[in-house]
Design a protein around this ligand. Structure first.
Ligand code: OGA
Ligand code: MN
Length: 243
């Protein structure tokens, strides 16, 4: 039973600051890269203990702005589609549940900034496999745009076991986000049957990661266009998710 409802802002100790140009890939080859190792270790601990983690400056500002640029090019070329809910024959577009539009990243044709992003995510995924004994195989991601006046109601990302989504991650691309712009991510945590809401502001360069099957969350009403790259680390290779 839920006893009462607590609202808090993000606890500072759960925000990790990644130095610009920080390269997670380096931990694969340089055993004594303690800074990278310690950061990813703290992120893995936070995922295990709190079911979520937040990393600031996941890419440098310039790289994040380059990602935003590519997102906007895709939008101008009309490549975004209204996002739906459910899968295959249950798929429907319902603006009273979610109002964003999305474009899946085309891995055969990535821009340089998106490649850096994918490389960091991939290195992080391999780190989680070792530190959390997961067997993540693959990940997928899409650009997302929430136009003014849109939101995504409270939901879980894992709707059925065959979804194979283990960790959800969202990388925010809003350079001048200010209090009052809306579009905050609300994470609903449960601690000893007490529900707590963590508010994550969608700031440029910030990556939030959380457990897909556990954490209910929502995107608050956006009062300005809100941009991100959203993805999932999967327990199956993408081509085999029909299994
Ligand atoms: C989603 C989602 C959160 C966000 O796309 O499933 O919950 O902050 N996104 O954009
Ligand atoms: Mn979601």
């Amino acid at each position: 039973m839920r006893l009462f409802f607590l609202k808090s802002t993000l606890p500072y100790d759960l925000i990790f600051i990644v130095q610009p140009k920080f390269n997670f890939e380096a931990i694969e080859s340089i055993a004594d890269n303690n800074a990278a190792y310690n950061l990813l270790d703290a992120v893995a601990d936070s995922l295990a203990l709190n079911s979520y983690a937040v990393i600031d400056n996941f890419l440098s500002d310039q790289e994040s702005l380059d990602c935003l640029e590519i997102l906007k090019e895709n939008k101008e070329q009309g490549k975004f589609k209204k996002a739906g809910i459910g899968t295959s024959n249950q798929y429907q577009i319902n603006r009273s549940i979610r109002g964003d539009e999305i474009k899946w990243l085309d891995e055969s044709n990535l821009s340089a900034a998106n490649q850096v992003y994918m490389d960091q995510i991939n290195a992080m995924m391999r780190f989680f496999n070792r530190s959390l004994f997961l067997s993540l195989k693959d990940f997928e991601c899409h650009f997302a745009h929430y136009p003014t006046g849109t939101f995504y109601k409270r939901h879980l990302d894992l709707l059925k076991l065959s979804d194979h989504r283990v960790l959800s991650f969202v990388f925010y691309l809003n350079p001048n986000w200010q209090q009052g712009d809306g579009g905050e991510l609300l994470l609903y945590l449960s601690e000893n049957d007490v529900e707590k809401t963590v508010v994550v502001n969608p700031l440029l360069g910030r990556l939030v990661i959380f457990r897909s099957e556990l954490l209910e969350h929502e995107v608050a009403l956006a009062h300005k266009s809100r941009y991100s790259i959203t993805g999932w680390m999967l327990s199956q290779f993408k081509g085999t998710t029909f299994l």
